[in-house]
Design a protein. Structure first.
Length: 147
């Protein structure tokens, strides 16, 4: 059987973003790497739903949607840890609820090589990137580590 490989299909780095809505995210990450992924990004949104108690109807028109932001951070940290512990030898980009440098460090301690910031831009504005970078540098210095 011929296996489809990502590197045969594109000439750019491929980052595969994984859903946390699976039984074994480390297994999915391994399959993505075997297929040629250059890096793993984890996680995407978590399946969620909200119902308006006055109308008694789902708030979203398609009933379910994706929950993101600070609420999913513990799930994201666990997923990063499971992927890292699974022995993935590719970069792991952690995302899901990072709003400050402490969150970013927590993701790195779980095994992330880098982090992605999304919802925090809407909450804190574009200066969140500088604040996170400064915080990480100060943390590393305080711990006697180098960047």
């Amino acid at each position: 059987m011929k296996r489809w490989m990502l590197e045969a299909a594109v000439d750019k780095p491929v980052f595969v973003k994984l859903s946390p809505n699976v039984t074994d995210i480390a297994e999915i990450a391994e399959a993505a790497v075997k297929a040629g992924a250059d890096a793993i990004t984890a996680i995407n949104t978590v399946k969620a739903m909200a119902i308006d108690i006055e109308t008694t109807k789902p708030i979203l028109s398609n009933r379910k949607g994706g929950l993101s932001g600070p609420a999913i951070k513990p799930i994201a940290v666990r997923c990063i840890y499971e992927i890292y512990e699974g022995g993935i030898k590719k970069p792991i980009v952690g995302c899901g609820g990072i709003t400050n440098w402490r969150d970013a460090v927590e993701f790195m301690l779980a095994g992330a090589t880098a982090v992605q910031i999304g919802t925090a831009i809407a909450i804190k504005g574009p200066n969140v990137f500088k604040a996170v970078a400064r915080g990480i540098r100060a943390y590393l210095k305080r711990k006697g580590l180098r960047a």
